[in-house]
Design a protein around this ligand. Sequence first.
Ligand SMILES: NC(=O)C1=CN([C@@H]2O[C@H](COP(=O)(O)OP(=O)(O)OC[C@H]3O[C@@H](n4cnc5c(N)ncnc54)[C@H](O)[C@@H]3O)[C@@H](O)[C@H]2O)C=CC1
Ligand SMILES: O=C(O)C(=O)COP(=O)(O)O
Length: 631
Amino acid sequence: MNAGKKYFVIDFDSTFTKVEGLDELAGVALGNSPHREQVTQEISNITNQGMDGSISFSESLEKRISLLKAHRDHIGELVEKLKTKVSDSFRRNQVFFDEYAPQVLVVSSGFKEFITPIVAEFGIAADNVFANTFTFDQDGYIVGYDHNNVLSKDKGKVKQLKALNLKGDVYVIGDGYTDYEIREAGLANKFYAFTENVNRDSVLDKADHIAPTLEEFLYDNKLPMSLSYPKNRINVLLLENIHSDAKELFEKEGYNVEIIAGALDEAELSEKIKDVHILGIRSKTHITRKVLENANRLMVVGAFCIGTNQIDLEACLEKGVLTFNAPYSNTRSVVELAIAQMIMLMRNIPDVSMKMHQGIWQKSAANSNEIRGKKLGIVGYGNIGKQLSVLGEALGLDVYYYDVVEKLALGNATKCKTIEELLSTTDIISLHVDGRSDNRNIFGKEYFDMMKDGVIFMNLSRGFVIDIEALKVAVESGKIRGASIDVFPEEPKTNEEPFKSALKGLPNTILTPHIGGSTQEAQKNIANYVPTQVFNYINKGDTFGSVNFPNIQLPEQRNAHRLIHVHENVPGILAKINTILNRHEVNILGQYLKTNEKLGYVITDVNKEYDKELINEMRAIPHTIKFRPLY
Ligand SMILES: NC(=O)C1=CN([C@@H]2O[C@H](COP(=O)(O)OP(=O)(O)OC[C@H]3O[C@@H](n4cnc5c(N)ncnc54)[C@H](O)[C@@H]3O)[C@@H](O)[C@H]2O)C=CC1
Ligand SMILES: O=C(O)C(=O)COP(=O)(O)O
């Protein structure tokens, strides 16, 4: 073979395919036999012992063949089965095999009878398959294997590679110890432990490089591949107890996920963010300009909640970091809690319940009311406010609302022209404003004084909206006869930290630890919604639903490379992009542009064949914030 060439030595079982061929053959041969499970399990155990090096390979092969009891006729069925079990990343990367099949050597201690037809589909010639062969009896049953084949012996792969005497660079990809042995024997430049199907600690420890997918191997060696970037290199950090569905979804996509139960403060996050591409937070983690200064890989912030006031959206924009939230997933949960709380407060339940725990029985109807027929005042008639309006009305409340922007009244709700009108009219006041900074401390003495005496007051929006000291005074004076507060200006970062508030111990006051949206239903909904948005952005460039980027929903990318260019919104960028494309004579299949005040987002679908130098030129356009080719 030629000097200076590259050879790719690829293992078959559990690498090229997701499964072990002999285990599968046992399954096929045993059909519906009552011993099927027991025998396949035994074979599988022996396979594993052979792979992790705890018994010798020849011993493992001998034992397995004798348990098999397979027939020549079973092999066709096995091949059909194996075709459906080729590893996903191998299937995805035909583009590599198209170019490099002659340099791919499948070296396996499996059997040519089933390996050759599988790898032939990828253009790998039978001559490039180095594996064992079965021996059959006169009735066609498999009774053994060719003992002269080096691959049936201990250190068979090493012996095979020695015999091949390859002149050039040799890269080995496999999941087993015997694959590593090639490298150990000095016959390969690098050993890549392939972990898409199995993880063997004894092998990982020895590997030069771990390849969770074939893309990782291809990317590391600058070889052609079907994706623009290996997904296992995309790091996801999920904070604040985000529901486990999100982790599963990101992992299923092939990303690398780290979980931290609580929030992180600015210093901690500034350190942690350095390698993160996708960050998932809830209401407590603040994404500040300082954090973003360290976030050089960050592509997306997913707020696994509604509010995004904890994120410096403008700084994200300047950095080209897209932000999503889950605008409706916990709406209903907040509304249900608000309704429960207003009923509890109307019946003095916080005090009554507290007394019962102290052994005090005080049965009385004094100062206890139904909510039916009372006037409910909703401040902030957004998604939550409107939902509360509908459910409140169904319970017989007379609904009033006030919003800073014009909102359609649902059902029989009455719009208040001013906040003063709402405060002076209603019996129960519930805050559902958003977390914009203008809303800081808007509810203070002045507003409390305007309320009717003995009002019920609730805040499930944001803690900083209320002047806590003024609220305390209003509750103590009886102006407010019952209060429920779910959100606080200062909230503990984790469940381990203590809760401090001037509101502790107030009469008829329900304090809840920011759990308006904390139901299983809401958290599961959110954990399924946000990753989908993230995938649409990473895999397609879609920004629909983003709270800071210009929203754009793109058509399917067919037979094209997609060039994604994010830039400051200054004149002339589109012209510069097109000048570069023109100079390289690139055929444009589609182009989409959307801008907002600060940012321009240009997506260009182009024919797959183009001079890759244009990527550097696109990146070098002045005012470029981020650029990535997507395929
Ligand atoms: N306690 C909890 O666990 C949860 C709290 N939230 C919070 O609830 C709030 C409302 O959420 P959504 O209804 O989904 O938001 P939204 O954005 O749909 O509605 C907010 C509404 O408040 C209005 N608004 C803003 N400032 C106002 C002001 N000063 N006076 C009157 N109206 C004003 C806006 O025009 C908008 O219509 C947000 O702050 C969100 O962060 C959301 C989910 C869970
Ligand atoms: O959705 C929101 O805005 C909330 O306030 C809920 O926040 P959380 O996810 O419970 O930290």
